[in-house]
Design a protein around this ligand. Structure first.
Ligand SMILES: [Zn+2]
Length: 109
């Protein structure tokens, strides 16, 4: 089996026509055309799909490298932008400025 395209988990399994990742709950059809896989799928902590311009809440205190304080749980972040990579949300956090967050640590509002 291939690794999960979203979180790179090795524990992907097959269910009928779909490949399913047990770690991030991502499902995909290996027979789909390549064009479809260009689409960036970013899921929040509940598995809800996020889109550019969404507002989210941080679900746990997050340490910020180089910052004197953490981003507190419950912090609202407006107008996110989805990007490729491990930290897949590009945004501005009040009091911190521009930064990247992991979608698993936020919840869609
Ligand atoms: Zn995964």
């Amino acid at each position: 089996m291939p690794n999960c395209p979203k979180c790179q988990s090795e524990y992907v399994y097959e269910d009928r026509d779909l490949y399913i990742c047990p770690e991030c709950a991502y499902e995909w059809n290996p027979n789909e055309t390549v064009e479809d896989s260009d689409e960036l799928v970013v899921l929040d902590s509940n598995g809800t799909r996020l889109a550019d311009g969404d507002s989210v809440t941080v679900i746990k205190d997050l340490k910020v490298k180089g910052a004197p304080k953490d981003i507190k749980q419950g912090t609202r972040v407006k107008n996110i932008r989805l990007v490729e990579g491990d930290h897949n949300i590009d945004c501005k956090v009040d009091g911190f400025g521009a930064m990247k967050l992991k979608s698993e640590f936020v919840k869609k509002l």
